[in-house]
Design a protein around this ligand. Structure first.
Ligand SMILES: [Zn+2]
Ligand SMILES: [Zn+2]
Length: 390
């Protein structure tokens, strides 16, 4: 039988049927998940992307793949060499989004939240909101799944570009003087103009907000919608949406009422102005204190990144958190971003590295190994083998 060679636009699903990469993709595999592992048995993201970014999604299989990946502890191994002899071997656990060391690093990165101090914009216990104002809003930007497919919503529409080239005519190239000469001609990918992905939409929205309201400090977070039972209707399952805490430095909002869910709301007219800058539904809550809003975001992030000890986080359960982190992993998206400025409020201690200690030593990167391959407990964070390993 002669099978015509698939064109670049062909989905594997149109050749192999509905399921690709996952169940049934390779009928000779006893375990479908072997198709996303390398020959050392480790789930690899690029293989998972090959498997899942074709045809329809099965969220349970994606979550399962993510779990296999994150639960496989991997270590970087470094030999310390003096006078050509390995004097010790250092192994150090690598952060993977959602594992213990990742959360530890995230905790350090979010440490500045503790030092923000607390400022109250108004008293939430006050029965009379007359005159209450706030400079901080908690905003949710939702998504209409009809506007694009799931992969585009997360990854965007990309186009190949060439560094330093100001036009698209390869025969009469127009070079930018701002680009370093050694970089001119390098290829890179950028999102197309008007790209419908969550990052580009968010960027356009926050730019428009800053144009209107002046300086805004931002803490924003991408999340996936959870799964809804199938009922034949279009749901936004797995599509991204945005939660953000915004601190307005040049503007304040009148707090007009408290709704039956006990959320504080701003004036309708102000809400509409903000909503009009986003093309799907927008929810806005007025925050009464900096720490209150930040505390929530922090709990929320730890929950999302697999800390099972965090409980009672409004809007998130473990299942939804797992879908979010699985999709962030699959689409290689950074979940949260902190704008500059928050940390201006704090002065960090400067850590001095003493390079003198490294006198005469060289470091050799040996590679990445699993806990099983190193024959160590996967809960180990780092270890030093003084004799030097093999
Ligand atoms: Zn985009
Ligand atoms: Zn959400």
């Amino acid at each position: 039988m002669v099978v015509s060679y698939p064109s670049p636009g062909t989905f594997l699903s149109s050749i192999y049927g509905d399921t690709t990469g996952r169940r049934g993709f390779d009928p000779y595999l006893a375990d479908w998940s072997d198709s996303i592992k390398d020959d050392r048995g480790r789930v690899r993201l690029h293989k998972a992307r090959c498997a899942f970014l074709q045809g329809s999604f099965d969220f349970d299989d994606i979550k399962h793949s993510y779990r296999m990946w994150v639960n496989c502890a991997e270590y970087g191994k470094i030999n310390v060499i003096k006078d050509g002899v390995v004097i010790e071997t250092i192994i150090s656990k690598l952060p993977k989004r959602g594992n213990d060391i990742y959360r530890w690093k995230m905790k350090k990165r979010l440490g500045f939240l503790e030092s923000l101090g607390d400022s109250y914009f108004f008293d939430p216990k006050d029965r009379n909101l007359h005159g209450a104002k706030t400079q901080m809003l908690f905003i949710t930007l939702t998504w209409d799944p009809k506007t694009c497919d799931l992969e585009t919503a997360w990854s965007g529409l990309k186009t190949d570009k060439i560094k330093g080239l100001l036009n698209t005519d390869p025969y009469n190239p127009l070079f930018s003087k701002r680009c370093k000469p050694e970089n001119v001609g390098d290829h890179y990918q950028s999102h197309v103009k008007g790209c419908p992905c969550v990052s580009c939409r968010w960027n356009r929205w926050i730019t428009a907000m800053r144009k209107r309201y002046g300086r805004i400090k931002v803490f924003r977070n991408f999340e996936a919608f959870g799964e809804k039972p199938q009922d034949g209707k279009v749901h936004a399952d797995g599509y991204p949406h945005v939660h953000a805490v915004l601190l307005f430095e040049d503007h304040d909002f009148t707090v007009s009422y408290r709704d039956p869910h006990k959320h504080f709301r701003i004036l309708r007219a102000e809400k509409d102005k903000i909503s009009n800058l986003w093309d799907s539904h927008v929810d806005i809550e007025a925050c009464y204190s900096v720490q209150g809003a930040m505390g929530y975001i922090k709990k929320y992030l730890f929950k999302t990144y697999g800390d099972s000890t965090v409980e009672n986080v409004h809007r998130v359960d473990s299942d939804k958190a797992e879908l979010t982190v699985s999709l962030l992993w699959l689409f290689r998206k950074q979940s949260f971003a902190v704008s500059g400025g928050w940390s201006d409020l704090i002065t960090y201690g400067v850590i001095q590295t003493d390079f003198g200690d490294f006198d005469g030593l060289t470091f050799e990167w040996v590679g990445v190994f699993t806990a099983v391959e190193l024959n160590i407990d996967p809960n180990t964070w780092c270890a030093v083998d003084p004799g030097g390993g093999s």
